[in-house]
Design a protein around this ligand. Structure first.
Ligand SMILES: Nc1ncnc2c1ncn2[C@@H]1O[C@H](COP(=O)(O)OP(=O)(O)OP(=O)(O)O)[C@@H](O)[C@H]1O
Ligand SMILES: [Mg+2]
Length: 495
């Protein structure tokens, strides 16, 4: 056993043990000290203290559990050589850590059930090899967002509902350490002098970190989990986000090269919808995507993916979305897809839409199609273009064909609530025409919202000619007619 061995024995038997330091760690472990290895090194073992109190089941995650964990963790870190550990593959590293932790627990006389030991071990492996307490959340595919508000509070979003979890970090330093580990992997940095950072996990999940002093109660980490299997419009039909007729209409809009703006609140499903619509792009079209953090998963063979770059530590080297969109135009694109329009690039995207790049698409944060128009207008005005408002509006009506509105409703469900056409101008006002809508009609006893998707009775939308050009006009007429009076499953009402 660990404590009965000499330091040399331990160092010899462990591939990853630090030379001669293992003995110290063993000594430290034998003291039952919870204050760190260096203290033990200064004052070698004389007596064995009382065993650490029995841990609570880790599910309840008592203070004692965290104390024991940090004391075992410290002993482990002092025992192993992290550079050697890094050379092992994940399974061997896990086995090695498992053995050493088992021995440390025995030496510390920690009374734990096998299940508790397993939990402790899993936690420690996650801390050393991965993203610590985040690992179990990252492993779950049903989570949409992970929101860590300082070391003690973590929320997740599952099935549209935000819920608090029992996940917590030892302290803000551990959380900050994990944040740094995440962002350094993509060559970025987060600390007090540079406290805001966007990054991406190796699996593609989008990450934002904001650290103290800006985040008052400790680092705030937000992760939009990347869905391995991208959602399709068929799945959105299964979820009730749209009806089969609505899916057909969206498919035609995507295919027949309408210029589309997807509008919606944060987390409402804009990127998902954009992804779905890109599925209808012909495989022989050259598509260029511009994103702040690459999230889109286009399936076409002829795609160029571009990503913006934040400034470096000296504040240099930034490449903005506007520069990307402008550069796109020199790359012979057939369609330009902008992940999220949030600034002056709106002008360049509209120009591209206006000048032969039909079928371009983008998303924008706003709560209704009408608001999306005024958001676009103010983005262009704030970009320093000295154009009269009427000219900007004319440009918008000349470029955007369709606005699709995505919403996350108060029961957590996500719906496509509007498919709206930009028709033209009446005086100084942009005129819009809804062709497909979602009406909320009530609420059931579980608080789930009830409603209908329906078409508004417009039999010949403005993009009819386009649909005809692509041979989809019969399908369009059929979908519009069947959606006129249908319930959430696409069945005609009154049957
Ligand atoms: N119709 C839907 N039904 C169920 N889940 C959905 C639906 N649409 C999107 N989601 C899920 O909701 C989460 C947020 O979606 P998405 O990233 O598309 O939102 P967003 O509006 O682009 O968010 P943000 O504003 O942060 O960019 C994702 O996990 C996604 O899988
Ligand atoms: Mg998005």
């Amino acid at each position: 056993m660990f404590g009965k061995r000499s330091g040399d024995d331990l160092a010899n038997t462990r591939k990853i043990a630090k030379n001669n330091e293992a003995a110290d760690a063993g000594n430290k472990a034998a003291t039952g000290s919870q204050t760190g290895v260096s203290a033990v090194k200064k004052a070698p073992v004389e007596k064995v203290e009382q065993p650490v109190a029995e841990v609570q089941p880790a599910r309840q995650r008592s203070e004692e559990f965290y104390d024991i964990k940090s004391s075992v963790f410290n002993a482990l870190i002092d025992t192993i050589d992290l550079t050697q550990l890094a050379k092992l593959d994940a399974d061997s590293a896990r086995d090695e850590i498992r053995d050493i932790v088992g021995e440390i627990i025995q030496l510390k006389n920690v009374v734990m059930s096998i299940a508790e030991q397993e939990e402790l071990l899993e936690d420690i492996c996650n801390d050393v090899l991965g993203y610590g307490p985040l690992e179990p959340l990252l492993a779950r595919d049903d989570i949409a967002d992970i929101m860590v508000n300082g070391s003690q509070t973590t929320f997740i979003e599952v099935d549209g509902k935000v819920q608090q979890t029992g996940v917590r970090f030892a302290d803000n330093a551990q959380l900050m350490n994990i944040c740094q580990r995440i962002v350094t992997q993509v060559g970025r940095r987060v600390d007090e002098s540079s406290p805001i950072c966007d990054a991406r996990l190796p699996d593609g999940s989008r990450v934002n970190v904001i650290a103290p002093p800006l985040a008052i109660d400790g680092p705030a980490l937000t992760i939009r989990k990347f869905k391995k299997d991208r959602l399709t419009l068929d799945q959105l039909v299964d979820f009730g986000s749209i009806t089969p007729a609505g899916r057909t209409i969206l498919g035609i809009i995507g295919r027949c090269r309408c210029n589309i703006l997807i509008s919606g609140g944060t987390g409402s499903g804009k990127t998902t919808l954009l992804n779905c619509l890109t599925g209808y792009i012909d495989t022989d079209e050259r598509v260029i995507t511009c994103e702040d953090s690459a999230e889109l998963q286009l399936q076409q063979p002829h795609v160029v993916r571009l990503e913006t770059r934040p400034p470096n530590i000296e504040g240099e080297g930034e490449i903005t979305m506007r520069e990307l969109v402008k550069n796109c135009l020199r790359m012979r694109p057939e369609r330009i897809i902008v992940g999220e329009v949030r600034g002056p690039e709106a002008f360049d995207l509209l120009q591209a839409m206006n000048t032969g790049h039909d079928g371009s698409m983008g998303t924008l944060h706003s709560n209704s199609p009408r608001e999306a128009i005024s958001r676009l207008e103010s983005m262009i005005m704030m970009g320093g273009f000295s154009l009269p408002p009427r000219t900007i509006r004319e440009m918008i009506t000349g470029s955007i064909d369709i606005i699709v509105q995505a919403s996350r409703l108060r029961d957590g469900s996500r719906k496509i609530t509007h498919v709206t056409e930009v028709v033209g101008m009446e005086g100084d006002v942009v005129t819009l025409q809804d062709i497909f809508l979602y009406d909320i009609q009530g609420e059931d006893e579980d608080g789930k919202l009830l409603g209908n998707h329906r078409s508004t009775g417009i039999a010949r939308p403005r993009f009819w000619d386009r649909a005809q050009y692509y041979g989809d006009h019969h399908k369009l007429a059929e979908a519009l007619a069947s959606a006129e009076m249908s319930d959430a499953n696409g069945n005609p009402l009154g049957e």
